[in-house]
Design a binder for this molecule. Structure first.
Ligand SMILES: [Zn+2]
Length: 414
């Protein structure tokens, strides 16, 4: 064996080391571009501060009397409303990026109904809210959430006309209605969950007005009939909604969604929410919207007259600054590569470069266990990628391919 062959052999033996160096660089890159979200256990002190504000003023959206705190002044009584991860936000597709690490949602028992199909419906003067007693409460999992989240309640935000109403906007566009499905982290009470940076997981779903002769989404008529019964503020009623389950609001778990870190959209604006906002809107008719618009937030006006009772409309908070947050989104994979990635297999490219052999491909498909870890947000912090992560992925792939090509060249030389 001549000297140059020996050098090549040594280089070949050292190639795994090169690869691990490359991996190391990737991890370092990911670490730099994906700052962990700082999780602050919101202290009880700020809650106490909130209580020091005058109690006779209550929060509203419009602020139509001296006793009403308008949305722009919420922070004067609820300091958290002035935080840097507030909701809602606008999803600007120019700045949102597809995160290939994101996985589909897993909706557990979303087809279950509460006992006797009975829902408790409340008009609390801010929203109309539905909750129920479930033997096995629906759970939200998957979608890179850092655990399991138990369904707590759902509620609606709407506008006085079809051009506004939703809390979240997509590329400047408002929707007439938005439902929020609120889930709290398993084994935490709501009180504990709101103090945890990832204590709540809320799904937002928009509605658009159905075109003429187009049907509304299934069971919307049942929902609307329930809303009709609680037009008076402070009303809570039990209503039976046969065959209605949360599946009707999220009909397909494997649909595209936006993901970002935010807050409750009502005071005290706890920054505790991992938001999942579905891209596909549901359908509502104009006459169903008018039922929402007939809900009252005060039973009498300032003069005490019922004739001047105030309608609960435009009960949405304006979009909040994004600050340094990222908006990512998930779309279901359409190609073979995407499906494999979805299954957590991301070494297939390496296998193909070394040996473009169908047998090998099959073997790689079976290697779930050794596939690269999905970017599952773990523990109290959530991993996020920087906006330029797509470029990083490309440059990493190119670097890897270069190394592999060099190794292949060396083998040929030998
Ligand atoms: Zn809400």
């Amino acid at each position: 064996m001549d000297k140059s062959s020996l050098i090549f052999r040594y280089l070949f033996l050292l190639s795994p080391l090169f690869l691990s160096i490359v991996q190391g660089i990737e991890i370092h890159h990911a670490g730099r571009n994906a700052p962990a979200v700082t999780v602050s256990n919101n202290s009880r002190t700020s809650a106490l501060l909130q209580n020091s504000a005058p109690q006779d003023v209550h929060w509203t959206y419009k602020g139509e009397s001296e006793h009403e705190l308008p949305v722009a002044q919420w922070a004067s009584k609820y300091p958290k409303c002035d935080g840097r991860r507030q909701s809602p936000i606008m999803f600007d597709m120019k700045y949102a990026f597809k995160d290939t690490d994101l996985r589909r949602l897993t909706l557990v028992d979303y087809d279950d109904a509460p006992v006797k199909d009975q829902w408790s419906v409340t008009n609390n003067g801010h929203v109309v809210q539905f909750s129920g007693y479930f033997r096995t409460p629906p759970q939200l999992q998957g979608g890179n959430l850092p655990g399991k989240y138990i369904f707590e309640q759902m509620h609606f935000h709407w506008g006085s006309n079809a051009t506004l109403g939703s809390e979240h906007l997509v590329d400047q566009k408002s929707f007439p209605l938005e439902v929020h499905l609120v889930h709290r982290r398993k084994n935490e009470t709501m009180e504990e969950a709101v103090e945890n940076a990832v204590g709540l997981a809320v799904i937002g779903v928009m509605f658009e007005v159905a075109k003429t002769r187009e049907a509304p989404s299934r069971h919307m008529e049942d929902i609307v009939n329930a809303v009709r019964k609680v037009t008076q503020p402070g009303t809570t009623l039990n209503v039976t909604l046969p065959y209605f389950s949360l599946n009707e609001l999220v009909p397909n778990a494997n649909q595209s969604y936006f993901r970002y870190l935010g807050s409750l959209t009502t005071p005290p604006c706890h920054e505790a929410v991992l938001w999942t906002v579905m891209m596909e809107p549901l359908k509502v008719t104009e006459s169903q919207m008018n039922v929402f618009r007939s809900v009252l937030r005060t039973s009498t006006g300032e003069s005490g007259s019922r004739a001047t009772a105030r309608f609960l409309t435009d009960n949405f908070r304006p979009v909040q600054p994004l600050y340094d947050r990222n908006i990512t989104y998930y779309t279901p994979p359409e190609d073979e590569e995407g499906i494999l990635r979805e299954a957590g297999i991301n070494r297939i490219n390496i296998q193909r470069v070394i040996k473009p052999n169908p047998e090998n491909t099959r073997m790689a498909t079976d290697t779930h266990g050794i596939a690269g870890p999905a970017a599952v947000a773990a523990g109290p912090t959530t991993r996020r990628r920087g906006r330029n992560s797509a470029e990083n992925i490309h440059s990493k792939a190119a670097f890897k391919a270069l190394i592999l090509a060099a190794i292949a060249g060396l083998i040929i030389c030998l």
